[in-house]
Design a protein around this ligand. Sequence first.
Ligand code: GTP
Length: 411
Amino acid sequence: MNTICKRLKICNFHFSDMNYDLKGVYDTASNNDTSKDVEYHQYTRDSTRSDGESSIYSNDFQNSSIPNGLDRLDDIEDEQIEKQEQQIDDDYEEIAPDRPRLLMWGLTKSGKTSIIKLIFEKMTAGETLQLPETKTIQIHELTCGIHVRFQIRDVPGPKTASLLDFDTYSSECTTIVFILDATEDCSDSINLLISSVQWMHSHGCNVRFEVLIHKIDGVHEPDRLERHSNIQQQVTVMLHECSIEEPLINFYLTSIYDHSIHEAFSKIVQSQIRQLRALENMLDLVTASTQLDKIFVCDIYNKIFLASDTKPVESQISELCCDVVDVYTDISSIYGTSKSPVLDSMSCCTIELSIGLILYLKNINPTTALICILKKEPKINEALMEVNLNILKQNIQELFLASSNYLSRQQ
Ligand SMILES: Nc1nc2c(ncn2[C@@H]2O[C@H](COP(=O)(O)OP(=O)(O)OP(=O)(O)O)[C@@H](O)[C@H]2O)c(=O)[nH]1
């Protein structure tokens, strides 16, 4: 990243107003409830930071004033939206009783806890080597970006392909994230996966399985795709033999030693967002009418991509976006303070690469940002792009507020 970065610019702009089509916002989600006697972890933005002086994620930042002291109309609108967001945060249980529930499932030592610790608790990959065995169910209540709430259950993994307490663990789960250690003999893992899908099927539960073929860093690079297709084929055949014809199952190659785990988890989180289609519509509209090649909505704290426009995306581009977030986070933690953040609500950060690409980051709120990619051209209308992005930003905030308000009215 350092070698290809030519220019990094942080600047302020002004914005105006416009509306986007918000259809698809109120898609229904499953309506479940949980009441298991287990260990709970409620995550706040500050509590999981390792450094003492929190800058970009603190509540102070959220309420900070523009350094030059001028009150602009748009700031007032932003403040109103932030107040409403805060209100929604305060009513967590009331507003998200039907939040998605993800179960991390797989054999012992497959990497379940490491994934959660790395993404959501900022543990380094090296530190996961010291993780103890999970003894009880750990329930993590998480918020990603703007009001994307979900629960993750981390459970003790069985030593053999036995379902043990699977019925308890999976009760009221909407998605099973199945971790399969690609460096070991996979037969026990595959048997456990098949029995889990069968169990769900026989109990009439329409649950999606997201299979992470994990620790792929330990597999020789040229063999990785073959490993992926072999496992996928084996699972499909075995499920077919059990008369399960069209299971809801996706496969990903992942490792905690590169960005692949963030990419896979982003897709899993996206599948839980009821506003996804509306978000994608908005992003498609913006890319169609501007010079932007790609736009992502990113949770900058967890490096989870909540949405992007629907143009296909290469893996290297997601990696670049993760790098942008790292650069921004590093600069914020060095130069920003809770009173004076590096980026306020009207600023943006531009990084120009020698490979002819420009990366552009703009905050939506303290935890969520728009990351845009465009080709460097002589005639880039930055002012117009800025106007469009500010409109997009405001519409995204309103979309989430609208659907949260709608849900609270439904209760
Ligand atoms: N090489 C490699 N090792 C990994 C990866 N992910 C996790 N590990 C290692 O796998 C080991 C087991 O990880 P855990 O997260 O404790 O596994 P678990 O599935 O939670 O295990 P239980 O708590 O027993 O169910 C740790 O030493 C991790 O460092 C990965 O992507 N690549």
